[in-house]
Design a protein around this ligand. Structure first.
Ligand code: NAD
Length: 332
């Protein structure tokens, strides 16, 4: 099987190359993102492999079907960027990696919180400039504070454990509360009223788009810290900016951003940033943004490569596994 990998970087190849060789599969690594303009690059492939910022809309799906490509391998958990309805119509199977080291993302959420709260990036930059002054670097103890977790799936559960490890009280919200989970589920308004930190761990669905909107931010405690390692569109960016400006939001850690597709994973250091909201967010002293890298551990990359190849093998053998994403999963 020849697989066209979109949006690939050297660290992807590092893990995929040996496994592909072992499985007797041939990679076609493409640096570009998947889009209407680039889908044709895969014309000799039997499957495509895509990542979080590739776009697989109806037009791309139609083109894939024309090229007789019937397998889309997502080397990620989220599938919000694939038109599943169009795939079903064209008999294209979509398979994902539902879990790859949930710890990697939950640990990163905690790292973002620590960085925002204890101003570690600022302190580091000062020391690099031989400035040993610590004025303006005051944080607060996490022990005894309340963390609100939205989405108590694989990553959210790890986050609950980690935040409890700091001595925090953890409350949670999930559309489908997990009865077996030892956590206090609350409504969103109650969470906003009580949480000192809110960390997002739900998927992006039509229901969760802008789950953190202007109204939600207004209800939050003054000085709340907001951490998003899930998907950028969970937060209404303009409302977030206003919330920071008004002082309602005390600190923000974002590994994802709603307009990230145009910027993340690319070097824009010698270009003019056109996205005013992103530029504004970057200027705030209490905001830390990283480039969708919460998953980026060797353990997670290894699992992503292994499960993606397993998915391709299962498809070839006609033995589809539980990693197939169906149209019915859109609202799951
Ligand atoms: P999961 O499917 O195990 O858990 C998601 C949880 O969200 C489930 O408990 C589900 O019931 C809940 N949920 C669904 N709709 C909801 C709603 N409307 N309101 C509240 N909760 C809702 O997923 P996971 O493995 O824990 O991953 C969570 C998300 O993390 C993924 O969807 C993805 O967007 C993101 N992610 C980010 C990175 C990164 O590198 N930044 C890496 C992996 C995953």
């Amino acid at each position: 099987m020849k697989i066209a990998f979109y949006d690939t970087r050297p660290y992807d190849m590092l893990w995929f190359d040996p496994l592909l060789k072992e499985a007797d599969m041939e990679p076609q690594y493409i640096e570009n993102r998947l889009s209407c303009d680039t889908v044709g690059y895969a014309h000799e492939a039997e499957a495509i492999c895509m990542f979080v910022n590739d776009v697989c809309d109806k037009a791309v799906v139609d083109r894939l079907a024309e090229m007789n490509i019937h397998l889309i391998l997502l080397r990620c958990a989220g599938f919000n960027n694939v038109d599943l309805k169009a795939c079903a119509k064209k008999d294209i199977t979509v398979m994902r990696v539902p879990a790859y080291s949930p710890s990697s993302v939950a640990e990163y959420a905690a790292a973002l919180l620590l960085s925002v709260n204890r101003k570690i990036p600022k302190a580091y930059t000062r020391i690099r400039d031989f400035n040993f002054n610590i004025d303006g670097l005051i944080g607060w103890d996490m022990a005894g504070k309340t963390a609100g977790i939205i989405g108590t799936g694989k990553i959210g559960q790890k986050a609950i454990q980690i935040f409890r490890g700091f001595g925090m009280n953890v409350i949670a919200y999930d559309l489908y509360p997990n009865k077996d989970l030892d956590v206090e589920y609350v409504s969103l308004p109650e969470m906003y009223a009580r949480a000192d930190v809110i960390s997002l761990h739900c998927p992006l669905t039509p229901e969760t788009k802008y789950i953190i909107d202007r109204g939600a931010i207004k209800r939050m405690k003054k000085n709340v810290y907001l951490i998003n390692t899930s998907r950028g569109e969970l937060i209404e960016t303009t409302a977030l900016i206003d919330g920071i400006n008004s002082g309602r939001i005390g600190g923000v850690g974002l590994d994802v951003y709603e307009g990230e597709a145009d910027y993340f994973y690319e070097n824009w250091s010698d270009k003019i940033m056109k996205d005013r909201d992103l530029a504004r967010l970057i200027t705030f002293p209490n905001v830390i943004i990283t480039s969708h890298m919460a998953y980026l551990t060797s353990d997670a990359l290894k699992q992503i490569a292994e499960v993606t190849i397993e998915n391709a093998e299962a498809f070839m053998k006609g033995q589809l596994n539980g990693n197939v994403v169906a149209e019915s999963d859109i609202h799951a």
